[in-house]
Design a protein around this ligand. Sequence first.
Ligand SMILES: Nc1nc2c(ncn2[C@@H]2O[C@H](COP(=O)(O)OP(=O)(O)OP(=O)(O)O)[C@@H](O)[C@H]2O)c(=O)[nH]1
Ligand SMILES: [Mg+2]
Length: 415
Amino acid sequence: MTKAIVAAVQLPKTSDAEFEASLAELRQLAKTLGFDVVATFTQKRDGFEKAAYFGTGKREELKEQIQETGADLVLIDHEISPSQAFNLAKEVGAEVMDRTMVILEIFHRHAASRFARAQVEIARLGYMAPRLREAAKQAGPKDRARSGTGGRSGGESHGELDRRKIRDRMAELQKELEAMGAERRTQRARRQERQGLARVALVGYTNAGKSTLMRALTGSEVLVANKLFATLDTTVRALHPESIPRVLVSDTVGFIKNLPHGLVASFKSTLDEALEASLLAHVVDASDPGFERQLAVTDEVLDEIGAKDVPRLLVFNKIDRGGDEKKLRRKYKGCVVMSARRPDDVAKLREAILAFFRKGLVEAELFLPWSEQKMRGEIFGTCEVLDERAGDEGALLRVRGEPEAVQRLRAQFGK
Ligand SMILES: Nc1nc2c(ncn2[C@@H]2O[C@H](COP(=O)(O)OP(=O)(O)OP(=O)(O)O)[C@@H](O)[C@H]2O)c(=O)[nH]1
Ligand SMILES: [Mg+2]
């Protein structure tokens, strides 16, 4: 198992609690990648050291700790520059990965669909390009000498050639994504035509329980795992048992603090589909001591991708594990506090979602003569029957449904 040291500089603006929470999260990310975290290494500093992130003395100390623990890898809890990473690695004698690289690696391993894989590859190439440039610069004259004997024309260095390959590959992937995007849009349009337009998207910080709720609400078998970024693709399923109106639920990729910018850009299309939803159910892990920060991060990312104005339902999940229900209700008006483990709570969430979509529904009284009983199936299929009374000549029904459907029935059976 790869042994890793989690390391960070604490800047003056970062509180101890925030710093600790972020380190804990990086340890969790490391675990997701299968690393064994053997130590945590920190330094308080006014800024990152320009050349190698940590100050000179601290780098010596880190080197010693690496030798003592036998660590292979240092994980830095910030995004650092290619030259800082390069210099630090060289000096301490272990590989260095920054937070962005760690997250990209998880996305890379978890990407299952062709679409997600292409998105992650673009983000990774965008991250790699300046790092290759740095490596080429460090290799210096030797690199150029090699390129002179390598039979390559035009005197291009390895670095330049690699960078051109990266650019070409990124352009190729971009084209593929656009083609897949067009295909997805047609599929989506067809799906919406078939199933109506009421849509809710489950969004939120990674590991909040979105996929678990997706399963509970729709009876589908999406992946649930106690890992960060278990879900990378948007899945869409209808609420099950079926509801009036029919509601489509989508499960989406989770967010995290300092989500690499390349990833925000490339996952925008995945999220776009979700953001066409009329309602965002923002799922928060209420049992996590850092839930407020996670909530704020999610709000920021949602703003960034243009979802600021989509109505939200705040869902505090995992309350069986901890959290102060009363306080949450007081502070966040209209929120749902629940546990995905309790069927009654899931039913409450379902009701809250339905209540949102029912706002646009209308009610009507219908009279269905006994001779027209074959229409019962259609009425019960398109509307919610609130009340039914039998009379001599037929049944009196009070129904609620989408304006169009109710209008059609009223034209035929209105009182
Ligand atoms: N105790 C408890 N655990 C829960 C609850 N909801 C989800 N979990 C657990 O939390 C972990 C993460 O759940 P997921 O549903 O995969 O989380 P997610 O939000 O989809 O995570 P990503 O796909 O990584 O964004 C799993 O181990 C779940 O079993 C809950 O209400 N209570
Ligand atoms: Mg998930």
